[in-house]
Every structure is written in C-alpha cells, then in structure tokens.
Design a protein around this ligand. Structure first.
Ligand code: GLN
Length: 484
C-alpha cells in the first residue's frame, strides 16, 4: 500500500522497525497533498516547512531509541485549534491573519510524542455548519465524490484523513462536527465525554457543548490519539479532574454479553433507507458477536435539535462578542467612531451563517425572551440528560445512524438552513447530554460511505472503543480508500 494510506499504528510500526523514515512518510503525504489538494481543498494552511523539520527531528528521536507511538506521524489539525506561530483562522475573514502565540493544550500534549504537523484543516466558519460550505475561503469536497460535501464542520480534517493527506487529524464537535464528517468520509470520529479533553486553546463556539476529538482511519488509531490528548488540564475549568486510562487496553474483539440498545427514534422518518439498512445490518453483526441487542425508546430525542438551536446560538452570541475589531483579528479601518468601527468589523468579518447564529442567540437571551427560550431549553436539556442516564442503567451502549443520509451534493442544502440543521439530528443529543459517542464506517451506498454511531454514558469511552473495535475486526469497511 502507498505510505500515505497507512494508518498511524501501521506507520508507527514501520518507523520503529526503521523500515521507513518519518521524512519519507512526510514526503509521501505532502506529495499526495500537492496532487489532490487542488480538487479537495481540505487545508487552510499547508505547513510544509514545519512538517519536514519535525520529521527530521522525529527521525533523530527514533534513531536515539526513544520513540513514542505518534513520533513522526503526519497529522492535520482543524483550524479552530490554536497552534503557536501558525495561523489559526476558524475559516473566517475575522481571523484570517490571526497567529496565536500559544498552543492549545491538545497540541502541547501531542507534541510530547513528536508528531508531524502537515497543516490546518478547512472548516465551516467558527464551526457553524454541516458541509464546510460555510468556510469563508472555499468549500472542501468529499474524496469519495468531488461533487459532494465531506460534511462539517470538521470537513477538512475528515476529507484529509480519508484522502491520505495526513494519517490522522483533530476536529471539534459541538453538535456532530467530528462524527458527521467522519461518517460522510468513511472514517472513524470520536466526540469524547464533555470535560475529558481540554478545550484550552480551542476557539470557543458553544462552550457547554464543544469538545475536541480524533478523526482517524480506524479504531486503534482513535484510541492512540485519545490516549495522547485526554486527561485533566488545570487551564480548562470544565476539565474533569481525572487521569485518563490507556484506551488501547479496551481494544479487545469481545463484546459477549454487552447490552446494546437500539432507540427507535433514530430510525424511520428522515433517515435514508439505505443508511438504516446498513446500520441494522451492523447491529446484527454485533448480535452475532455476542452482544444482547434490544429495541428501546428515547422519546425526548425529538426535542434535542430545538434545544441545541437555542443553547448553541446563545453561547455563540456571547463567545463571539469578543470580535470587536479592537483587540485582535480583522478590524475595519476608516470608520468615524468606535461604534461604527465595531459594527463594520462584524458586518464584514462574519459570514451569513455566523451572523444568523449571533442574532438567534442574542434574541434568545434578551430580556423578556430569556425565560421563554434559553431557560426553557436548559430545562429540557436536563430532561434529555436524565433520559439518557436511565437508558444507560439498562444498556452499555446505544447504536444509531451517524448521519441521516449519505453525502449530499454541494449547494443542495445551503439555501435551506433547517435542512442543513437536520444533518445533525442523530449526533446532537450526545452533546446536549455531554456523553461520548463514536462514529465508525458501516457500509456504502453507490460508492458513498455510511456511518453508525455508538453512544455511551459519561466516561464510557473504553466500552465504545471495544464495541467499535469488535465490529471493525469483523468487517472491512475501514480498509477501503477513495480513488482520487
Ligand atoms: N452542524 C452543527 C452546527 O452547525 C454542529 C456543528 C459543530 O458540531 N461544530 O452547529
């Protein structure tokens, strides 16, 4: 197989055995990027020089006999995660020239192992969207079909991993932004439990929902990357004070006796029949592997999308108030006073979807509507969380589709925000409840990937990885690579 199509753990083994060097691997990945990027547009910034230098250092580290698992492995990072000295734009005009002077905690943690940064991933502006079409620069395309979207908002990272422009990536997930693009690009994506991975240095969208997580080619890589980024961080006050376990220990192909619930609200209306069929087939395989499968019901699921579109815009309207053209980022020059400068900065610096969210949130938080919308949404959020908690007394995990459809065409949903919002109907509940959820490939329809989702109670990442791994070992969807 070509080097750029290797998984991180495969490449790691070759590096440690000195069968390849990180420079060779990095050159292969950069070459692949040069060749495919004009069509794919998965990057905002390619950091070729940094990559080659880090690769040389990784080779020295390997030669000295002290390599870590991710030493010398090329990765891409979503462009809302701060990288010291490297532009971090959130795919927005507002931050087009913003160069952070510090690293996000996840970068500091990864860097301990000495991976290779090949670039920053394209995304929907400020992570608001489900197709990457809201990037202020250009949309990313799906490596399985260039006429279609890769999903979003981590569409760049997902497309880059699937296409072999990197071996793994980090994305962020507020309502599905890791899992939905993972599903649409045929790869693995994990949204960790809220608080498991530090948000320090992640540009905030909706702070009570945002989580950083891995996008990888298989479940083993997912566990490896999670190992390096999970665990307590005093710089994030919502970080759980806990030492994360070694997630690779969960990678055993045995799920005998595990209780899997299949919530009926995630099937049927609104779900493409081929997606439903593939997910149901996968559930049968899990049953054959020894899981005890049972249909169940989570009736409050139907309110999750509405709750999300109150809470996420409310938090975003507060978080994005900082972009005033005074402290940093884009600043409109030529106004006659500070108020006009702020107004113009925000008018020109933000795209249409970001403005829509800010207005929705400002409205929901305004005096007189706060109780009716924001407070009500918080109450329903509590009820949804409770419903999940009850379900997890009976089940170890819940299995559902990840995206209701296979990848859709570019332009198909941009004019209809509600249609676009529906793409996250299966993924949003996990963010509302703060629970972990993993997306893994489970089939294809007319050459387009289909993904399933496994949700579990807070801090049950090991259970999710175990089920995902057992299923993966019994199938070979994860071995397919797009023909670009
Ligand atoms: N698509 C959803 C939104 O637009 C979720 C985005 C995300 O998870 N960042 O808000």
């Amino acid at each position: 197989m070509q080097l750029f199509h290797l998984t991180a753990h495969e490449a790691s083994r070759l590096l440690h055995r000195r069968e390849i060097t990180s420079r060779e691997l990095t050159q292969a990945v950069l070459g692949r990027t040069r060749e495919t990027e004009p069509r794919l547009k998965a990057f905002v910034t390619v950091t070729q020089e940094v990559a080659l230098e880090q690769a040389s250092r990784a080779d020295e580290q390997i030669a000295s006999g002290q390599p870590a698992t991710l030493t010398g492995i090329p990765m891409q990072i979503k462009d809302n995660i701060c990288t010291s000295g490297i532009r971090t734009t959130c795919s927005s005009r507002m931050l087009e020239n913003f160069v952070p002077f510090y690293n996000a905690t996840v970068m500091e943690r990864l860097n301990v192992q000495g991976p290779v940064l090949v670039g920053k991933g394209n995304m929907d502006e400020f992570a608001m969207g489900s197709s990457t079409e809201n990037s202020a620069f250009y949309p990313t395309r799906n490596p399985w079909d260039l006429e279609r979207v890769p999903g979003g908002s981590s569409g760049g990272p997902a497309a880059a991993v699937a296409a072999g422009q990197c071996l793994f990536a980090l994305g962020s997930d507020t309502g599905g932004s890791i899992r939905q693009p993972a599903a649409l690009c045929g790869i693995v994506g994990l949204k960790p439990t809220y608080g498991l991975v530090s948000r320090y240095g992640l540009v905030a969208f909706a702070s009570s929902l945002d989580q950083i997580g891995p996008l990888t080619k298989d479940v083993t890589d997912c566990a490896l990357v999670l190992n390096s980024i999970a665990g307590h961080d005093p710089l994030d006050s919502t970080s759980i004070p806990l030492k994360a376990p070694d997630y690779t220990k969960a990678l055993v192909p045995d799920i005998k006796g595990l209780r899997i619930g299949v919530p009926k609200e995630y099937f049927g209306e609104g779900i493409q029949p081929e997606v439903e069929a593939a997910v149901k087939k996968a559930i049968l395989i899990m049953e054959k592997l020894g899981a005890r499968v049972e249909e169940t019901s989570l009736p409050l699921t139907r309110y999750a999308l509405a709750v999300y579109y109150i809470i996420a815009p409310s938090e975003c309207s507060a978080n994005l108030a900082r972009y005033d053209g005074v402290k940093y980022g884009f600043s409109y020059q030529g106004a006659s006073n500070i108020w006009e400068q702020m107004a113009k900065t925000r008018q020109l610096g933000f795209g249409a979807e970001v403005k829509r969210r800010i207005m929705l949130g400002t409205y929901a938080l305004s005096a007189g509507y706060y109780d009716a919308y924001y407070l009500k949404a918080l109450k329903v959020r509590t009820l949804i969380s409770r419903e999940f908690q009850e379900a997890f007394q009976r089940f170890d995990a819940l299995v559902t589709p990840t995206s209701p459809t296979v990848p859709f065409k570019l332009g198909e949903k941009v004019e209809d925000p509600v249609q676009m919002y529906m793409s996250d109907i299966c993924t949003i509940p996990a963010n509302i409840a703060g629970i972990p959820a993993i997306a893994i490939p489970c089939g294809f329809h007319q050459g387009l990937p289909i993904g399933l989702q496994i949700m579990g109670k807070a801090l049950s990442e090991e259970t999710l990885l175990r089920i995902a791994y057992a299923y993966e070992q019994a199938t070979d969807w994860h071995k397919r690579r797009p023909d670009l």
